[in-house]
Design a protein around this ligand. Structure first.
Ligand SMILES: CC(C)(COP(=O)(O)OP(=O)(O)OC[C@H]1O[C@@H](n2cnc3c(N)ncnc32)[C@H](O)[C@@H]1OP(=O)(O)O)[C@@H](O)C(=O)NCCC(=O)NCCS
Length: 175
């Protein structure tokens, strides 16, 4: 069956979600937009004291702001016990898969949620025939290097004072 292109990127059919540690990962539905904004707010509130104001604000998006920005981005969300506990966006950019908005609820960390989300993102990139997957992350986030290395990404560089004075690390996985 030919892939159908929508404004959210190619609609490449995925197998039904698998559950690991009680966590299932699937595409975001429109009904879940308020829930994903609530998740980003909780993550932002946890990070805010350490972040420049501009970056702290980026986690605080209203459903309208989120919806207007999500065009062309495929979001995966992780659910546990019916609750949305994590998210990642996959954007097809210049023939690569750019990951953005990776976040896990502070109450749900260290349980493999981000690992499950990134695994779904890598599968989506493969199905979409994108040859590389990359992400940029604030160097100050402590969990990020171990997380990406666990999934066979390599650290591809460091951009100094790249986002409101914050250093940014680049991670890449060639599929
Ligand atoms: C980064 C983040 C998404 C990780 O989510 P998570 O669900 O807790 O991650 P996982 O449980 O899948 O952990 C996978 C690996 O990440 C690393 N890791 C996770 N938390 C860590 C921490 N606090 N310190 C160091 N390494 C950590 C470990 O290598 C871990 O592997 P292990 O469980 O075998 O030790 C989460 O901490 C988060 O939302 N942080 C704030 C926002 C952020 O940093 N976003 C990423 C931007 S790219």
């Amino acid at each position: 069956m030919a892939a159908e292109h929508t404004d959210r990127g190619p609609d490449v059919r995925a197998p039904p979600p698998e559950k690991k540690n009680g966590v299932s990962v699937d595409r975001l539905t429109h009904a879940e937009v308020p829930a994903i904004c609530g998740l980003f707010k909780r993550v932002g509130d946890a990070e805010a004291p350490a972040l420049p104001a501009e970056l702290a604000k980026a986690w605080q998006r209203s459903p309208l702001e989120f919806t207007s920005r999500m065009e062309g981005i495929t979001y995966f969300v992780a659910r546990r016990d019916g609750r949305l506990v994590g998210a990642v966006g996959c954007e097809s950019r210049h023939g690569t898969c750019h990951l953005l908005d990776l976040a896990v609820d502070p109450d749900a960390r260290h349980g493999g949620v981000a690992t499950a989300l990134l695994t779904a993102a890598l599968e989506w990139a493969k199905r979409t025939n994108l040859p590389t997957v990359w992400a940029d992350a604030l160097a100050r986030y402590p969990a990020v290097p171990g997380l990406f290395k666990k999934l066979a990404f390599v650290e591809a560089g460091l951009l100094h004072r790249h986002q409101w004075g914050e250093d940014v690390r680049l991670f890449e996985r060639v599929l």
